[in-house]
Write a new protein. Structure first.
Length: 397
């Protein structure tokens, strides 16, 4: 029976609009008790400075074995939040290996291949005709191909990744048995994939991870490579795919936005950053376990507290962003928190930015008359997952 603590995540009024609770909590209760899908209680942070401070503190991690750590879901077993792989020094070295794969220079070199993929997918969509589901035609296949290229996954195997990714992100969509089966399939697949790469290494990320782990004389297990691959799949595929759909829907929901970009394609870079900031349907947010007392919004939070940092609510804080509930395609500076901040910020953010910018450039060039084929209010969300997103985005041209 409910004790009156509001359930979190909050329900959206529609697929593109923020819940009213965000503004109310930022103004009146920036550290608010909430009830998670697991039934456990946590504290929700909604102001920019508070969220940034907690995420920047290296003492606070997403996952804890402590008995008093709140679970996001009742079937949580590490999942996408289980990043506590090794001791701090080793974790930092492991992040350095991953980060080398996603440097701005290396990602920029990938741009022609990403553009080629996007052009091919848009051409096929045009040939099949309107109306088209942008998610099925472009949003899902593009980032899946990009991350599978990076992981060295053969083309015939790639369609299986969507289901595996969804189960890793499940809050309420899948049963425990379905999640366990999918993770077992994923683990078995990557164990075989790692063995094949160990026998015949290439220039993909898996081969690079193997070389790094071998330097530690068995101190790092194969399970870490599998876990990292799962994390990259989620970050490199699922979140970017969802963001492609939300980006296009937000820009087409008000035709003046699309017209502004069509008139000035030079706005693509700042428009992508503004869409990332403005996203009202990003999913759960970032949980943090407080391993030491910290003061947030003039309130002392004791060690052992679990907080949830709502990046999306923080990204609309008028204290940081003038007129935060208005989309400004030329907004600069734009220090949004969409990719997190601090020691666990998204290592693949440069790749995500290149993919989003490339998709937008290709669509503006190939389909300047693009428009939504259904009212924005009719857009349906993908529910039951840790990340937000749209079930489909029907477009015509």
């Amino acid at each position: 029976m409910s004790d009156g603590t509001p359930a979190y995540p909050f329900r959206l009024p529609d697929a593109l609009s923020p819940p009213s609770e965000w503004a109310d909590l930022r103004a009146k209760e920036p550290v608010a008790p909430v009830r998670l899908p697991s039934g456990d209680r946590a504290l929700l942070l909604t102001r920019y400075d508070d969220v940034r401070r907690v995420l920047s503190d290296p003492r606070f991690t997403r996952h804890s074995d402590a008995d008093d750590a709140a679970r996001v879901t009742a079937n949580e077993a590490g999942g996408v939040f289980g990043e506590k792989l090794t001791e701090d020094a080793l974790h930092q070295r492991w992040r350095q290996v991953i980060s080398r794969a996603f440097t701005a220079k290396r990602v920029q070199a990938m741009q022609p291949r990403i553009e080629e993929m996007a052009e091919s997918l848009v051409t096929a969509m045009i040939e099949r005709g309107a109306p088209a589901d942008l998610m099925a035609e472009l949003g899902f296949p593009l980032p899946r191909s990009v991350i599978c290229d990076q992981l060295g996954v053969p083309d015939p195997d790639r369609d299986r990744f969507g289901h595996w990714s969804d189960t890793l992100l499940s809050m309420t969509r899948f049963t425990q048995a379905e999640i366990d089966a999918a993770q077992a399939e994923f683990g078995a697949y990557f164990a075989a994939h790692i063995a094949a790469k160990r026998a015949n290494p290439g220039d993909d990320l898996i081969s690079e991870f193997i070389r790094f782990t071998d330097e530690f004389d068995g101190q790092l297990s194969e399970a870490i490579i599998i876990g990292t691959s799962q994390g990259l799949l989620v970050a490199g595929y699922e979140t970017t795919a969802s963001m492609i759909g939300k980006m296009v829907a937000l820009l087409l929901a008000e035709p003046d936005r699309w017209a502004q970009l069509r008139a000035d394609p030079g706005l693509v870079r700042t428009a992508v950053e503004e869409v990332l900031r403005f996203d009202a349907n990003p999913g759960f947010g970032m949980p943090r376990y407080l391993s030491a007392e910290v003061e947030v919004a003039d309130r002392a939070l004791p060690s052992g507290t679990t907080v949830v940092c709502s990046l999306a609510a923080a990204n609309r804080d008028d204290r940081t962003f003038a007129d935060g509930d208005r989309m400004d395609l030329g907004r600069t500076p734009n220090p949004h928190l969409a990719f997190g901040v601090g020691p666990h910020a998204c290592v693949g953010q440069a790749l995500a930015r290149i993919e989003l910018q490339t998709v937008l450039q290709v669509l503006l060039r190939r389909l300047p008359t693009l428009e939504l084929a259904e009212p924005p209010a009719a857009l349906a969300t993908r529910d039951g997952l840790v990340v937000g997103g749209l079930a489909r985005v029907l477009v015509r041209w």
